[in-house]
Design a protein around this ligand. Structure first.
Ligand code: NAG
Ligand code: NAG
Ligand code: NAG
Ligand code: NAG
Length: 439
């Protein structure tokens, strides 16, 4: 083709680009504050078409176990589960495919969570069952979901119009004190491990574990540090939601890669140990990591009633302390029983963005970072650290927890669990126990 023809095509392309900017980007230019809800929702939808909305934590897999015994054939994920028992009877159900699509969710971390009471017992096989059920669910709905294990997978899934489905294991007790299990989880597609759930492990303390309750400041021991470094080597993200302050601090020192809080909010606004204090927000930012804000009302206002704007206060606080590059979303749907007014389920994310659009201090770039670009950056950095460690020829670690100590602790724990279980039998309320176990 002759040169002048290219010139013509260039002019056409430039015109096309200008026109499409005119359609897509007035977001940044318009008087956003005065735009009506419909218009702002449209802006949010355009934004979430341009960048995948990535949510750090959803407990749907636990409800799959709880409600249908992991039988993915026994229910219809593309139906409106608000109309289907037992989902419609539970305060803990906020997720189905139609609502994920309404919510413009681009990528979802599904939690492979098993209760702390399985520690020392069947935590490992139960965790494998939760990993398996997520993979079967994704396989069952290929037109909506696609399994993802990398930052690029998320971008590709978003382009193809499907929801990238990622796996996080919630709680170090799921490892059964074995780095071989950690590596096997990675090979099964797991891309983050929350170091603890609500119980201490022999190598890391939890924000709500026995050590914290007794005021004992203990974080990671040598094996715990080995877990972190092995995660760095594999390219698995270190998640610090649920860990004790000391474990958090130790992990921030030891990890070579950025760390995340997959579902935690700001302690300055609601002082619970599940939220992140300001000095840790600063450390997470220095490390290049991020905090993905949990929508649980109890973590937003410290009571059961909260509004969408209360969640925005947490986003604003984390942005002001850690910086815009270090904030994201990890609502915790299906693992919480109180949700803010306006953020009742997974369909509501666009409403959050439609509200933020009103605020000129949130630029279009900022909104994209919040939605997914921050997480993509963190994930890519974690992948890069893994490649770097491969270049350094760092070997798979062979650390073990002292077997004698394990036998002793496990025996002590078993007898404690047994007495707890017997106590509970007399005074248990089915829903309150679940409440303590998840989130
Ligand atoms: C599941 O529900 C959707 C939406 O109601 C419906 O279109 C589809 O046929 C259902 N699938 C099955 C297998 O029942
Ligand atoms: C829940 O869904 C079932 C159908 O599966 C229906 O019969 C029942 O009335 C619903 N209950 C409520 C409270 O919506
Ligand atoms: C949160 O409460 C603890 C005591 O429970 C206190 O030490 C800490 O300073 C409080 N943090 C904030 C941000 O209020
Ligand atoms: C919950 O917290 C919010 C914000 O702090 C407050 O406005 C509201 O009155 C509280 N509600 C209850 C029931 O305590």
């Amino acid at each position: 083709m002759e040169y002048r023809h290219w010139g013509v095509i260039c002019v056409v392309l430039v015109l096309a680009a200008v026109t499409s900017v005119g359609v897509g980007v007035p977001l940044a230019l318009k008087a956003r504050r005065t735009a009506g809800l419909t218009e702002r929702l449209e802006m949010a939808n355009v934004l979430l078409q341009q960048v995948p909305l990535i949510d750090g934590h959803n407990d749907f897999p636990w409800n799959l176990r709880n409600f249908v015994h992991n039988e993915v054939d026994a229910f219809n994920f593309s139906a409106d589960l608000r109309q289907v028992a037992p989902w419609n009877l539970s305060r803990w159900s906020h997720t189905d495919l139609p609502r994920l699509r309404q919510g413009r969710v681009g990528a979802q971390f599904w939690a492979a969570y098993v209760p702390c009471k399985s520690q020392w017992m069947d935590a490992v096989p139960l965790s494998l069952e939760q990993i398996d059920v997520v993979r079967r669910l994704v396989q069952q709905y290929p037109q909506y979901l696609t399994f993802a294990t990398s930052a690029q997978d998320i971008v590709d899934a978003h382009k193809s119009g499907r929801i990238a489905s990622l796996l996080g294991v919630e709680g170090g007790h799921s490892l059964g004190n074995s780095l071989a299990v950690l590596r096997t989880f990675y090979r099964s597609g797991v891309r983050y491990l929350t170091l603890t759930h609500t119980c201490d492990t022999p190598w890391a303390t939890s924000a709500s574990g026995e050590a914290s309750k007794q005021g004992i400041s203990r974080g990671l021991n040598d094996f715990g540090k080995a877990v972190i470094l092995e995660m760095n080597r594999l390219g698995m993200i270190v998640d610090l939601s649920h860990t004790s302050l000391r474990t958090t601090q130790d992990a921030l020192v030891v990890s070579r890669a950025p760390v995340i809080f997959s579902h935690s909010s700001a302690q300055a606004l609601c002082n619970t140990s599940r939220n992140v204090p300001d000095h840790i927000l600063e450390q997470v930012a220095l490390k290049g990591g991020m905090v993905m804000v949990n929508f649980y009302s109890e973590f937003i206002t410290c009571n059961t009633s909260a509004k969408l704007t209360d969640v925005i206060a947490h986003l604003n606080h984390i942005r002001s302390v850690a910086g815009i590059d270090h904030v994201g979303l990890g609502a915790g749907y299906d693992g919480i029983n109180w949700t803010p007014e306006g953020l009742e389920d997974v369909s509501r994310y666009p409403y959050l963005f439609a509200e933020l659009v009103k605020d000129d201090s949130w630029s279009e770039e900022d909104l994209k970072k919040l939605a997914g670009q921050n997480f993509l950056r963190v994930f890519r950095t974690v992948e890069q650290v893994s490649r770097q460690m491969a270049v350094e020829k760092v070997r798979p670690r062979q650390d073990r927890v002292d077997p004698l100590k394990l036998i002793y602790t496990s025996a002590a724990r078993c007898s404690w669990e047994l007495s707890e279980a017997l106590n509970k039998q007399q005074s248990s309320q089915p829903n309150s126990e679940r409440g303590e176990l998840t989130r």
